[in-house]
Design a protein around this ligand. Structure first.
Ligand code: ASP
Length: 331
């Protein structure tokens, strides 16, 4: 028996010793919804992702409308961007670090709070799928660097050159000045974070990136960090982030947003509060971009960012819509 399953079964076994009344009272607790979440007709299935990654949201929707799970939907959805060599911020074709190495970060989280992540992994084209294998086939949550890469080979992934001619040429040009200046929206860092609710009402999320262009080798941002770049709680909702990962890590942004929703804020209000926490920590120097998106258990969505220019895609029975996000800084 696989260790994770063994652990789960043991946990389930001991849970069986807990009295029935305790189980009943836990169930009642979980039905206590914040007032703004009562009496709403749930929108499901639904998928939401950062930026205008419409091919990715369309793929996830295809999985969901065929009755697939939210976990399969987010994995299949973000893989579209990982495979797109013209997307220089995710997967193959991503911009390299300052030494010319493309290093990828990704994580995934399911309805039961299981999660997996790979950090700073080279030569593997689909980090989100490796992250899912970490979640499903190991007792761990995160694998980094060479360990992650070797694990991927063990699982049958092929060694792939991730540095395309285009990204290589741009990196060589960058090396002439070697100036590291993240530009606010354009576009040396644009993670895809995706959240989905399936027709059973279960929520999952995934997040994948090549991180900051020309970063110091070994740098990891928020995107593969559960709680920072992504968090899902099937009782409440999910949130995910894009932008300068260091700032998202400092506030554990996605976890914060889910907790704010638990306390009764709408996804929109929670994303706004998440951005404000970052502003508070940076007072006079918000010369960077962060965008948060969130969905609650009822399928309400929200998004908010620091600087104008961020948008997010939502796909549900109400259509496939790109929402320009409201921003903290108005001009
Ligand atoms: N959050 C990513 C990182 O810091 C980059 C991005 O979303 O643009 O690595």
């Amino acid at each position: 028996m696989k260790r994770r399953k063994f652990l789960k079964n043991s946990a389930a076994g001991s849970a069986g010793l807990i009295s029935a009344s305790l189980v009943v009272s836990c169930k009642q607790e979980s039905n206590i919804l914040p007032t703004n979440q009562k009496n709403l007709k749930s929108i499901k299935p639904i998928v939401i992702c950062t930026w205008d990654f419409h091919n990715a949201s369309a793929k996830a929707w295809e999985v969901l409308k065929d009755g697939g799970s939210s976990l399969d939907a987010v994995e299949q959805g973000v893989r579209i961007e990982e495979a797109d060599i013209n997307n220089q911020t995710v997967g193959i074709g991503g911009r390299p670090d300052r030494d010319g190495n493309v290093t990828l970060d990704a994580c995934i989280m399911d309805k039961d709070g299981n999660c997996g992540a790979v950090l700073c992994m080279q030569n593997i084209a689909h980090p989100v799928t490796v992250a899912r294998k970490v979640m499903e086939d190991t007792p761990h949550v995160m694998l980094a660097g060479k360990g992650a890469e070797h694990f991927a080979y063990e699982k049958g992934f092929k060694k792939t050159n991730l540095l395309t001619e285009k990204s290589k040429a741009e990196w060589q040009e960058w090396k002439k000045t070697s100036q590291y200046k993240p530009i606010i929206n354009i576009e040396n860092h644009d993670t895809i974070g995706m959240l989905a609710i399936d027709s059973n009402g279960d929520i999952s999320g995934a997040c994948t990136t090549s991180g900051m262009a020309y970063k110091i080798g070994g740098r990891v941002g928020d995107s593969p960090i559960i709680g920072a770049g992504l968090f899902v709680d099937n009782e409440v909702g999910g949130a995910t982030a894009t932008g300068v990962g260091e700032e998202v890590v400092r506030t554990v942004g996605s976890f914060l947003i889910v907790e704010l929703m638990r306390q009764g804020k709408s996804p929109q209000e929670a994303c706004e509060e998440g951005v404000k926490r970052i502003i508070e920590k940076n007072k006079d120097k918000v010369d960077f971009q962060i965008g948060f998106i969130a969905v609650n258990k009822q399928g309400e969505t929200g998004g908010y960012c620091i600087h104008p220019g961020f948008s997010y895609r939502v796909y549900s029975e109400n259509g496939h819509i790109n929402h320009p996000s409201a921003a903290y800084i108005k001009t």
